[in-house]
Design a protein around this ligand. Structure first.
Ligand SMILES: Nc1ncnc2c1ncn2[C@@H]1O[C@H](COP(=O)(O)OP(=O)(O)OP(=O)(O)O)[C@@H](O)[C@H]1O
Length: 356
């Protein structure tokens, strides 16, 4: 999969833009505040209909009012896809291949992407939803039925929680339990299958590329594994009733990361947390490639932040070995080893032009 063409309108400080991108590494080089991150942000919006640094697309629109447009042409083995997002003030409009897209999944399916940026350490030391999202990105792409099962689970969970909030008795609130259990266990089983494949790749990536030995990944289901989900709901009923929401289930899952038996967030430095996040995401990209026979896109923002020269080099080597398309930003000054033959774009005051 390659993003071949990127067209932007009214994105932050960027001039309207029509860029031809290359497979492999594409460098975006420029001074601080020139607009490099904004290009990556636009690609993120194209694949997920949301920014990675603003809560609302309105803030991403040039000048903060009106609407922005991001359009892309994506090449898959089986042909071309055209996707677009228009958003800002009002409801976002998502397009795929000339028609309105049904939801974000239709974009994500066309433009699978992973982001590594200066906030990547949050994957390691942040709250569980970040790590659940990591697992679910993979399951979504390798198991086509997962999204439907997950959405149905969320709907049933919302109904049960609504009944709990309204103080309904067990006859109403627990009427959802059978569906919740069947769907919840299916979600958990899909996540476990994915983790079984991901874990050895992540362990090897962390050790071989980034010198982080002794990594262990363990998926906590969201209820005690010695019980079935049905038993956990039974045991938790009084607590659920008091709190007005369901305490057990895959919506509470956690991916526990340990190094040498100690929680990774407590064990490793900030720089190592970034390397660990990189190892996890690159392992996901490797597994994606093996399963789908295509690469996904990597957005690598501000590579030097908190990584020394040796580790920057190792990270880039790992990306090159995967042979995936990557958009990599860096400031001037040769702090990062740019490879022979890799595309380079210069970003200056919101204008982007190809230089190599
Ligand atoms: N909604 C907006 N409209 C216009 N300009 C904006 C908007 N939001 C941010 N900007 C400006 O866009 C510029 C580009 O910022 P961006 O973060 O993309 O730069 P960068 O090249 O990645 O910088 P750095 O190397 O410092 O991370 C900044 O000067 C910022 O003030």
């Amino acid at each position: 999969m390659d993003l071949r063409r990127l067209v932007l309108r009214s994105v932050r400080n960027l001039a309207d833009l029509d860029l031809a991108l290359e497979p492999g590494v594409n460098w975006l080089i420029g001074a601080n505040a020139s607009g490099k991150t904004s290009v990556l942000e636009a690609v993120h919006i194209l694949g997920l209909a949301r920014s990675f640094r603003a809560r609302s697309l309105r803030r991403v629109v040039e000048g903060g009012s009106g609407r922005l447009t991001v359009y892309g042409e994506v090449h898959w083995r089986n042909g071309e896809h055209r996707i677009g997002v228009e958003g800002g003030e009002g409801v976002s409009r998502l397009r795929r291949d000339g028609a309105d897209a049904d939801g974000i999944a239709e974009l994500a399916d066309c433009l699978p992407l992973q982001l590594l940026n200066p906030d990547s350490h949050r994957l390691i030391e942040g709250p569980p939803p970040e790590r659940r999202a990591l697992v679910d990105w993979g399951v979504f792409h390798v198991e086509p039925d997962f999204l439907r099962t997950w959405r149905r689970y969320r709907r049933v969970l919302e109904q049960r929680n609504a009944a709990l909030r309204q103080g309904s008795g067990p006859a109403v609130a627990r009427a959802w339990d059978q569906d919740l259990v069947a769907l919840g266990e299916a979600v958990d089983a899909a996540r476990r299958r994915y983790l079984d494949d991901l874990a050895p790749r992540a362990v090897a990536m962390a050790e071989e590329h980034f010198g982080l030995a002794g990594l262990d990944l363990h998926l906590q289901a969201g209820w005690a594994r010695e019980r079935s989900l049905a038993e956990a709901l039974e045991a938790g009923w009084e607590g659920d009733r008091r709190q007005g929401h369901t305490g057990a289930g895959p919506h509470r899952a956690e991916l526990a990361l340990r190094i040498g038996g100690i929680p990774a967030a407590e064990r490793v430095s900030r720089g190592q947390q970034k390397l660990l996040a990189a190892a996890l995401r690159l392992a996901q990209l490797a597994l994606f490639g093996e399963r789908l026979g295509e690469g996904a896109l990597l957005l690598l923002d501000d590579l030097p932040a908190e990584l020394d020269e040796e580790h920057r080099g190792r990270l880039l080597d790992a990306v090159r070995e995967l042979g995936i398309q990557a958009l990599v930003t860096a400031t001037e000054g040769g702090l990062v080893p740019r490879g022979e033959g890799e595309a380079q774009f210069r970003v200056e005051h919101g204008k982007v032009r190809r230089v190599v």
